[in-house]
Structure formats: C-alpha cells, structure tokens
Design a protein around this ligand. Sequence first.
Ligand code: IFM
Length: 480
Amino acid sequence: MTGTHSSTAGTPAALLRRTEVTHRFPEGFVWGAATAAYQIEGAARDDGRGPSIWDTFSRTPGKVYAGHTGDVACDHYHRYPQDVAMMADLGLAAYRFSIAWPRIKPDGSGPVNPRGLDFYDRLVDELRGRGIDPIITLYHWDLPQALEDRGGWTNRETAEHFADYAAAVYARLGDRVTTWTTLNEPWCSAYLGYGNGLHAPGRRDPAAAFAAVHHLLLGHGLAVRALRAAGAGTVGVTLNPVAAFPADPSSPADAAAVRLVDGLHNRIFLDPLLLGRYPTDVLDHVSRFTDLGYLRSGDEKIINAPIDVLGVNYYAPTYLAARPGAAGGGGAYPGTEGIEFLPPAGPLTDMGWMIEPAGMTAVLTRISRDYPAVPLFVTENGAAFEDKYDGGGSEAEAAGRVPDVDRIAYLDGHLRAAHEAISQGVDLRGYLVWSLLDNFEWAEGYRKRFGIIYVDYLTQRRVPKDSARWYREVIRRNGL
Ligand code: IFM
C-alpha cells in the first residue's frame, strides 16, 4: 500500500469546472456532515445542563492544549439556525450530531431536564424544515460527571443509566428522527479515557479500560433494546476500526502483531456486536489484566441485539512491527510490549496522521467480508490542516475564501477509496464528512481545524472553505 496524497483533486477552480463524473455513487447514497455536542455547542451552563467529564477534564491543568474548554466552542447552541442554513446551502441530505447526556439528565440518572430536550427539539425541526435528515448519536464522550464519580464506564450501572437516557431522548424526538446510533468510537472512550488517560476522565488503568469496553458495549445493547421497544426504525453504532498493517507483509511476527492489535481494537467490539461473542484469543489476553468478573452470562446476547447499520469512522492507517524491547501502544493497547507502532510516514495531516485512502477501502471491505450482514455508513472522515483566515491577508482571503486544497485532496482521495469499496461489493449507504465546522478537538483544543467551514472563534464568524464549495459539487453530482 502506498501513500496517495498526490493532488488528484486539482485546484478548486479546476474541480468546479470539471463536468464529467468519473466516480458516480449509487442512487440514494446519503451525503452529509457530522459534529458532536461538546465540540460545537458551547452553552455549557445553559438551561440546566450538568457538568460532564469533559468539563472537568478540560479544567484540569495540562490536560487540554492551552487550557481550552468547550464552554463556548462554536456557540452552536445559540447559532444553530445559521449553521443549519449553511448545511442546506451545501445540499446536505443528512446531519449527524450528538445529544449531550448532561443536558438531558444533568446528574446522569435522575429526572429528565425538559429544557435540555427543548434544544434538540428545535434543532431537529430546523433540520427537517430544510429537508435534512437528522442522524442522532446518543453518546459522543460527554459522560455526566456525577456518573463518573460513581465509577463511570467501569460501573455496570452506567450501562443501565445509558439505556434510560436513550429512552428519554427517543420519547421526545422519536416521532421525527429515524436514524439512531448509540455510541461513537467506544475504543476512544474506553482506552483513551481509562487506559492511557489522554481523554476524559483521564484514568490510566488497563483493567478499568477493559471493564469500560464491556460496559460501553452492554450500554449499547441495552439502549438498542430500549429504542426498539419504543419503536425506533434504524438503529446502529459507530466504531473507529483501526486499519492495521504489517510493516513487513512477509513477516509472521508482524502478522501476529497485527492480529493482537486488531483483536484489542476491532474484534473486541465487532465480534460481540455482530457475532454475539468475544473472541477467545482477546479474552485470554484481557485476562492478564483482570479476572473478567464484570462479564456476566447473558451479556453477549444483549450486546448482539440486531442493528441496521454500522458506522465506520476512518482517518489513517497504523503500521506495526514485532520488535523485542519496543514499548508497544501503552495504555491505548495494553499488553502490546514488543510491538512497534511505526511513526507515521508522510504526507501527514496537521494531526500528524498518515494520509492513506487505501486504508479506508481495506477497512470497509474487511468488515463487509467478516461481518457481512450489516450495511455500512462512513460516519466520519476528514482531516485537520492549518487553515488561515485573518480577514484579507492573501488574495483568496480578500475574496472571502479559505483555500484548503490539502483537505480537498484528502477528501477526494477518500471518496475514491469509498467508491472502490462499493465497486468491490461493500454495501455502503452514505458518507459524512468530519466536520461541518472547525471545533474543539478534544485534548488538542481549538488549534486543530477539521471543518469544511472555518470558524473564527473571536467573532464566531463562519466562512465556508474551498472544500465546502467542492463538497457541494460532489453532492450535486452524486460523484467525483
Ligand atoms: O474530533 C474527533 C471526533 O470527535 C471523533 N472522531 C475523530 C475526530 C477527529 O479526531
């Protein structure tokens, strides 16, 4: 596999002039964009919202770049009509956003806060009024702090509270929202939240990380059950499967390294979700760190509740080599000492991530082959680059543009990769770009910009980047 960051996209002007569509997507393919509550909403104390683990974490010195917090973010809570108007202008068919659990149940498990639901009620109506289909994510990392104080995702009760919260959201929005996803990237919640401490709540304990994996999955299963009982139509979950490759394709030791990392990142989620059982090699590995006492009989059946769609988030590949003495993946991959996670080779995004669209094809075709019964959706894909807009320094800026040709090239390459997966038989139903807006990039704060719309955080002014214009054309043509 080779890096493919050659600018197949060409200049934005050339792209916009191009009339021939060489990569047409299937009829009905859903084009959209995604965001998440804590990353864009702001209004951290409005209308009865309780604190989340990210409020606490971002206030803990040294955890988030320059002490940034989500207190104001993109102020989407107050500016959503303008943001939805911009989505309509792009021609989006769907918008994926997350609900902030601490707005709905400020202490995680107590009474519902109707004012929190009112916001999403208004947002859903605004979207539908513009012909945009809302896709809801129920958990995108902002656990109510009160639940973390009782153990967070290491506590089985959190899974039960999650299902109650899901039912409360469905009771208010279920008449207007068809697509419901439970979790976003539980690998991050468990391993970055409880394993290496890079994310909230910042714990560093492999046993806690594995307990969190299980309770997140259990919460998913219980929530699916609650949503179905209430009448939900399309229900799913979003993972961020790792595209792991051996540094040396002919090395059995490198292949074994890939198998282990694949187990800890992919199969630990995919197998119980879609096959109804944890893989035995993974359970053997996990039992080096915990007695697995949290895994009760019947849990795997709950987790295996049928789903209608699997969301796949893809950004970059990972290359692995077996090397005695190598440090491994730390708390993000407990027990991988002796494996080298190769430094990303250029070209890189501003996150330092490798750009390799073929990794996306590989992930989609692999899931489709090993877990064939479920339709797929790319629920996130995109890139951070150092976009500049300071109000007229360059000719482009003077013309009100943010020239982001690197992002266009990234998106173009990955859409070709998605198209290739479809050509190989993958049942891929849609693609959502990450992200609609520049936003709070977790531990990186606001310094990493993923949006196709630039946000000037001082004025909250939104400026569509060239990639937004380009994406509008892709959507209009249903292809590249
Ligand atoms: O910003 C995140 C998002 O919240 C989850 N998926 C990856 C994105 C980029 O890091």
